[in-house]
Design a protein around this ligand. Structure first.
Ligand code: ADP
Ligand code: MG
Length: 259
């Protein structure tokens, strides 16, 4: 058996009386897309916050390539290979599309102020290299975003903002990308483009994995290799979407909503 890229073991967090994530054990293999579904307030985003080091678990462990990363600061976890997008956009609206990608490359653009003052040529070269790298990356994900690389991010339509966030997440050269409801606010056409983006990224970067929280069942049925269901902080199902979607407890979690 190969070691999963990501594993959580009995991961839990308590906020006062509320156990928002309750003993969740999951894994994501290399080259796998794991879908995470569950009703509003189930604890899905909190699970991502735990994995990405924004929240400290009350119990349990997070492992990257079999090594515990619990307690590491969030920026270290990004450097180690787990990156993410947020449910609400975190782009810098008054920076260009390209600059937003460059910001995602923080470990590559470590030019300090002192270096810029003392070695301006070297600093300029490093920045130019960063811009070239970011441009190539953007182009590989989306030609049309690349064509608009000098547009301010704030001027992009919602769907393109979400795609830019994925490009920025890729800039840190991750092994695992976690997306929190990437299709929210998108129509079917935009969602199809998003799925194409993910498939292209998987092809161009062998071994890369995705963990995708989603509510759009069209995406959930088409994109992930495997799906887990979170309800009241607990994982209640784990398997192929077509195998779990009709289970009674999964249906109940959605209170009769069509899954
Ligand atoms: P989901 O993403 O599945 O919709 P969340 O993970 O955002 O759900 O929230 C799960 C539960 O945890 C909710 O009841 C939410 O109010 C609670 N919660 C999340 N973050 C915090 C926090 N920082 N402090 C207190 N409660 C929180
Ligand atoms: Mg959420």
């Amino acid at each position: 058996m190969t070691t999963p890229v990501l594993e959580t073991r009995d991961l839990s967090i308590r906020f006062g009386g509320l156990v928002a994530v309750d003993s969740v054990s999951l894994h994501v293999d290399a080259s796998e897309i794991l879908g995470v579904i569950g009703p509003n307030g189930a604890g899905k985003s909190t699970l991502l916050n735990l994995i990405s080091g924004l929240y400290q678990a009350t119990n349990g462990d997070v492992l990257l390539n079999g090594v515990s990363i619990s307690g590491r600061p969030a920026h270290r976890i990004v450097e180690m290979g787990i990156t993410r997008t947020f449910q609400s956009s975190r782009l810098f609206n008054d920076l260009t599309v390209l600059d937003n990608v460059i910001i995602g490359m923080h470990s590559r653009t470590d030019t300090g102020v002192l270096e810029a003052l003392l070695l301006p040529r070297r600093a300029r070269r490093k920045l130019r290299e960063a811009a070239d790298h970011a441009g190539a990356l953007l182009n590989s994900i989306s030609r049309d975003l690349y064509a608009r690389r000098n547009t301010l991010a704030g001027a992009l339509p919602q769907a393109d903002r979400r795609r830019l966030e994925i490009a920025r997440a890729l800039a840190s050269d991750p092994q695992l990308i976690m997306l929190d409801e990437p299709s929210s606010g998108m129509d079917d056409r935009d969602t199809d483009a998003l799925m194409e983006d993910v498939r292209r990224i998987m092809q161009e970067r062998p071994g890369i994995s995705f963990l995708i929280i989603e509510h759009d069942m069209r995406l959930v049925s088409a994109l992930p290799d495997r799906v887990i269901v979170i309800d009241y902080g607990r994982k209640i199902a784990d398997g192929l979407f077509q195998d779990i979607r009709l289970r009674e407890d999964v249906q109940e979690a959605y209170l009769g909503q069509k899954v």
